[in-house]
Design a protein around this ligand. Structure first.
Ligand SMILES: *Cc1c(COP(=O)(O)O)cnc(C)c1O
Length: 232
């Protein structure tokens, strides 16, 4: 994959434009959708090019990569989007602006414990295994409310919404009903007025399906390949 700055710029403009058009087509304000540039495995040099074009938020799926890139490129804002092991929580709390991939109550408890210890309030998302896939992490839809209630009791974490990694499908339209269900879940949980949670984020949509996700209510899309090219 090339590291051609002109190509990165063109990709960036295309993705921002697609987000804007998808939002407008669904009667949404384009400003209500944020792009996280998924820079896993990509060099800091490419991240700096995107930063120069205005991108501030980057997504990584390994703690180690966040720590290394933060050393080299502290200006960027890092989101933890990959499966997180409990023994890595200590390293990432306070380093990632948001942890998207909280897929168990035990993990939430660990983030809570570490955050309290350091006097931090860590924003987190609860991951839903939207396609009920064996290979994916997260809660099932029918487990979500109970998990939300458990999260709401934990000090040091602030549950801000839901995240999902939708199935890889040939036609992104196949994921539309799943994204729609995520949006319904957020609406449903909001009506329950559970203390200590603020469900305003839906982190969903990747290169293959971010336009559909935006039409269905994503507030955060996580796009890697469409910006930086394939990961080899
Ligand atoms: C890699 C990754 C992405 C980005 O995927 P692309 O298809 O390259 O856009 C988004 N979310 C998560 C959790 C990922 O691991």
């Amino acid at each position: 994959m090339s590291e051609n700055p002109a190509e990165l710029k063109k990709n960036y403009e295309t993705v921002l434009n697609n987000i804007r058009e998808a939002a407008l087509s669904a009667g949404r304000d384009p400003a209500s959708v944020r792009l996280i540039a998924v820079s896993k495995t990509k060099p800091v040099s490419m991240m700096r090019e995107l930063y120069a074009l205005g991108q501030r938020e980057f997504g990584e799926n390994h703690v180690q990569e966040i720590l290394e890139k933060r050393e080299e490129f502290p200006e960027a804002v890092y989101h933890m989007i990959g499966h997180l092991q409990r023994n890595k929580v200590r390293q990432v709390v306070g380093k990632a602006v948001m942890i998207h991939s909280v897929d168990s109550i035990r993990l939430a408890e660990e983030i809570s414990k570490e955050s309290v210890k350091r006097g931090l309030l860590s924003p987190v998302l609860l991951e839903i295994n939207v396609g009920n896939e064996e290979s994916k992490y997260g809660f099932r839809f029918d487990e979500a409310e109970e998990a939300v209630r458990a999260f709401s009791l934990l000090p040091g974490i602030s549950l801000r919404g839901f995240m999902c990694v939708a199935p890889y499908v040939a036609d992104p339209e196949e994921n539309r009903p799943l994204f729609h269900k995520m949006c319904d879940l957020a609406v449903d949980i909001r009506t329950k007025n559970i203390d200590n949670i603020h469900i305003d984020e839906l982190s969903m949509g990747m290169t293959n399906d971010y336009r559909v996700a935006v039409q269905e209510g994503a507030t955060i899309v996580r796009v890697g390949t469409a910006l930086f090219g394939s990961r080899g």
